[in-house]
Ligand binder design. Structure first.
Ligand code: CO
Length: 303
């Protein structure tokens, strides 16, 4: 009797039966496809900082994200290997992006929105977050993994960032300039710094953008201050945290710091040692990007 049935099914019938078993049984075994097993998480991704006092910016960002998404676990990753190694020697562990994502997979997260806290979509964002996230999608990865874009990504962000900078800057005296110091990069995304200068110029002719490692540099800022006849300037970091660059390159006492150079040129400076993530105006901009990434997760993006 059994052999008769087997004969009647034939090879195509057996293949069909086998594929039905695979289609229905495997997802159940892997724990996917069942909405009850869905677990959403947020990963906040920063370059990182080794300066303990600067970490207040991350604490405030963490609190703001948890307030905006109260039911979603929030985790962190730093993209800088040097910073993570330095912290590790001090007994503080922070994950890289691949380590954080692997741990989230291991902990049963199925949907993750990874929000970049970088200022621009440069090398850190593209190589250490976007490319890595791509390798976690699809086979063996998350059901969905979306990416929240950096602070300045595209035209729409630029006006908002220029306005927020002027809103959070300390009240300036008549003729006192505002100088914001970005990181700067050899990556093509460096173009966001001169772009920001254009947007700021529309709002305030005494607002200047410079970078530590890219264009425009301090020489451009100094020339602009001289042309404007500015004798005073507020200095602010254009970075999520007021870390090593803000404390040393911008406001340090070494003779090549921005503070020292401008002071020697007869410009009295007031350095502000607050990272952008310490201001609600900037947290709101990053949160808006995260909200987009969370919406993408809910609407089938990031697969
Ligand atoms: Co640097």
């Amino acid at each position: 009797m059994r052999s008769v049935i087997r004969l009647r099914l034939g090879l195509p019938g057996l293949l069909l039966a086998l594929s039905l078993v695979l289609v229905f049984a495997l997802p159940a075994l892997a724990g996917h496809g069942a909405p009850a097993g869905d677990k959403t998480g947020i990963l906040l991704v920063s370059f990182g900082t080794s300066v303990p006092e600067a970490r207040v910016a991350f604490d405030e960002m963490d609190a703001a994200v948890k307030a905006a998404f109260p039911d979603v676990p929030v985790r962190w990753a730093f993209t800088s290997n040097i910073i993570r190694e330095k912290l590790e020697r001090e007994g503080l562990h922070t994950d890289s992006v691949p380590a954080a994502l692997a741990r989230m997979l291991d902990d049963g997260f199925t949907r993750v929105a990874a929000q970049s806290l970088h200022a621009i979509p440069g090398e850190e964002f593209n190589e250490k977050l976007l490319a890595v996230a791509g390798r976690f999608r699809g086979v063996g990865g998350f059901a969905a993994l979306t990416i929240g874009l950096p602070l300045m990504t595209g035209d729409a962000d630029m006006g908002a960032v220029a306005e927020a900078l002027l809103a959070v800057a300390p009240k300036r005296a008549q003729g006192e300039a505002l100088v914001v110091m970005g990181h700067g990069t050899h990556h093509p995304a460096n173009i966001y710094y001169p772009a920001l200068q254009w947007y700021l110029r529309q709002l305030d002719p005494l607002a200047f953008v410079g970078t530590v490692e890219g264009t425009p540099g301090l020489d451009y800022v100094l020339a602009g201050l001289k042309i404007a006849g500015a004798k005073k300037a507020v200095l602010m970091p254009l970075m999520s945290v007021a870390g090593d660059h803000a404390r040393n390159d911008m406001a340090g006492d070494e003779e090549d710091s921005w503070k020292s150079v401008l002071t020697r040129e007869g410009i009295a400076v007031r350095p502000v040692l607050h990272g952008l993530a310490e201001y609600p105006e900037f947290r709101a901009l990053w949160l808006a990007h995260l909200r987009t990434a969370m919406d993408d997760l809910a609407h089938g993006g990031g697969k």
